[in-house]
Design a protein around this ligand. Structure first.
Ligand SMILES: Nc1ncnc2c1ncn2[C@@H]1O[C@H](COP(=O)(O)OP(=O)(O)OP(=O)(O)O)[C@@H](O)[C@H]1O
Ligand SMILES: [Mg+2]
Length: 99
Protein backbone atom coordinates (compact mmCIF):
# COMPACT_ATOMS: atom_id res chain seq x y z
CA UNK A 1 0.00 0.00 0.00
CA UNK A 2 1.07 3.57 -0.55
CA UNK A 3 0.17 6.61 1.51
CA UNK A 4 -2.53 8.73 -0.16
CA UNK A 5 -2.00 11.42 2.49
CA UNK A 6 1.35 12.26 4.02
CA UNK A 7 1.56 15.01 6.63
CA UNK A 8 5.04 16.13 7.64
CA UNK A 9 5.80 18.45 10.56
CA UNK A 10 2.80 20.64 9.73
CA UNK A 11 2.75 23.87 11.77
CA UNK A 12 0.20 26.68 11.97
CA UNK A 13 0.81 29.85 13.93
CA UNK A 14 -1.73 32.61 14.48
CA UNK A 15 0.63 35.41 15.41
CA UNK A 16 2.74 34.08 18.28
CA UNK A 17 0.23 31.33 19.12
CA UNK A 18 1.13 27.91 17.72
CA UNK A 19 -2.18 26.16 17.05
CA UNK A 20 -0.66 23.14 15.26
CA UNK A 21 2.75 22.14 16.55
CA UNK A 22 4.41 20.01 13.91
CA UNK A 23 1.94 17.19 13.31
CA UNK A 24 3.04 14.21 11.20
CA UNK A 25 1.01 11.21 10.07
CA UNK A 26 0.27 9.15 6.99
CA UNK A 27 -2.97 7.62 5.72
CA UNK A 28 -2.78 4.63 3.43
CA UNK A 29 -4.96 4.34 0.36
CA UNK A 30 -8.26 2.68 1.39
CA UNK A 31 -7.67 3.31 5.09
CA UNK A 32 -10.34 4.92 7.29
CA UNK A 33 -8.52 7.37 9.54
CA UNK A 34 -9.96 9.34 12.46
CA UNK A 35 -8.28 12.52 13.66
CA UNK A 36 -9.32 12.85 17.31
CA UNK A 37 -8.47 15.39 19.97
CA UNK A 38 -9.98 17.66 22.62
CA UNK A 39 -11.51 21.04 21.83
CA UNK A 40 -8.81 23.37 20.58
CA UNK A 41 -6.36 20.58 19.75
CA UNK A 42 -5.98 21.86 16.20
CA UNK A 43 -8.12 19.42 14.17
CA UNK A 44 -10.01 22.05 12.18
CA UNK A 45 -6.82 24.05 11.63
CA UNK A 46 -5.09 20.92 10.33
CA UNK A 47 -7.98 20.07 7.97
CA UNK A 48 -8.04 23.70 6.82
CA UNK A 49 -4.39 23.44 5.80
CA UNK A 50 -5.06 20.17 3.97
CA UNK A 51 -7.92 21.70 1.97
CA UNK A 52 -6.40 25.04 1.02
CA UNK A 53 -8.40 27.17 3.45
CA UNK A 54 -5.29 28.16 5.43
CA UNK A 55 -1.64 28.19 4.31
CA UNK A 56 0.73 26.22 6.57
CA UNK A 57 3.28 28.22 8.54
CA UNK A 58 5.80 25.40 8.19
CA UNK A 59 5.98 21.76 7.16
CA UNK A 60 3.88 20.34 4.41
CA UNK A 61 1.49 17.61 3.32
CA UNK A 62 1.03 15.64 0.13
CA UNK A 63 -2.27 14.34 -1.20
CA UNK A 64 -1.69 11.69 -3.83
CA UNK A 65 1.83 13.06 -4.07
CA UNK A 66 0.67 16.64 -4.68
CA UNK A 67 2.16 19.14 -2.25
CA UNK A 68 -0.53 21.27 -0.59
CA UNK A 69 1.84 24.24 -0.46
CA UNK A 70 2.61 24.31 -4.17
CA UNK A 71 0.10 22.01 -5.92
CA UNK A 72 -3.21 22.66 -4.16
CA UNK A 73 -5.18 22.80 -7.42
CA UNK A 74 -4.03 19.25 -8.26
CA UNK A 75 -4.52 18.07 -4.66
CA UNK A 76 -8.11 19.34 -4.76
CA UNK A 77 -8.91 16.96 -7.60
CA UNK A 78 -8.40 14.12 -5.08
CA UNK A 79 -9.97 15.36 -1.85
CA UNK A 80 -13.44 16.19 -0.65
CA UNK A 81 -14.67 17.79 2.54
CA UNK A 82 -17.94 17.47 4.44
CA UNK A 83 -17.93 20.34 6.96
CA UNK A 84 -19.11 20.14 10.56
CA UNK A 85 -22.11 22.35 9.79
CA UNK A 86 -24.25 22.25 6.66
CA UNK A 87 -23.18 25.01 4.31
CA UNK A 88 -25.98 24.74 1.76
CA UNK A 89 -28.60 27.30 0.78
CA UNK A 90 -32.05 26.26 2.14
CA UNK A 91 -33.44 25.25 -1.31
CA UNK A 92 -30.49 22.91 -1.81
CA UNK A 93 -30.94 21.42 1.66
CA UNK A 94 -34.58 20.76 0.87
CA UNK A 95 -33.95 19.07 -2.46
CA UNK A 96 -31.18 16.93 -0.96
CA UNK A 97 -33.48 15.75 1.83
CA UNK A 98 -31.58 17.61 4.58
CA UNK A 99 -33.42 19.60 7.27
N1 LIG B 1 -8.10 32.19 13.17
C1 LIG B 1 -7.59 31.94 14.39
N2 LIG B 1 -6.90 32.88 15.06
C2 LIG B 1 -6.35 32.63 16.27
N3 LIG B 1 -6.45 31.44 16.91
C3 LIG B 1 -7.12 30.48 16.29
C4 LIG B 1 -7.73 30.66 14.99
N4 LIG B 1 -8.34 29.50 14.62
C5 LIG B 1 -8.13 28.65 15.64
N5 LIG B 1 -7.41 29.21 16.63
C6 LIG B 1 -6.97 28.59 17.87
O1 LIG B 1 -6.18 27.46 17.50
C7 LIG B 1 -6.43 26.35 18.38
C8 LIG B 1 -6.89 25.16 17.56
O2 LIG B 1 -8.21 25.44 17.07
P1 LIG B 1 -9.01 24.41 16.19
O3 LIG B 1 -10.28 25.07 15.82
O4 LIG B 1 -8.13 23.92 15.08
O5 LIG B 1 -9.25 23.21 17.20
P2 LIG B 1 -10.19 21.93 17.05
O6 LIG B 1 -9.33 20.75 17.41
O7 LIG B 1 -10.83 21.92 15.71
O8 LIG B 1 -11.27 22.20 18.20
P3 LIG B 1 -12.83 21.75 18.27
O9 LIG B 1 -12.83 20.32 18.77
O10 LIG B 1 -13.39 22.69 19.31
O11 LIG B 1 -13.45 21.91 16.91
C9 LIG B 1 -7.45 26.85 19.41
O12 LIG B 1 -6.73 27.29 20.56
C10 LIG B 1 -8.12 28.02 18.71
O13 LIG B 1 -8.59 28.98 19.64
MG1 LIG C 1 -12.86 21.92 15.05
Amino acid sequence: MSAILEVENLVKKFGEFEAVKGISFAVEEGEIFGLLGPNGAGKTTTISMLTGVLPPTAGTARIGGFDVRTQMAEAKTLNGLVPQDLALYPPLRHSSGCR
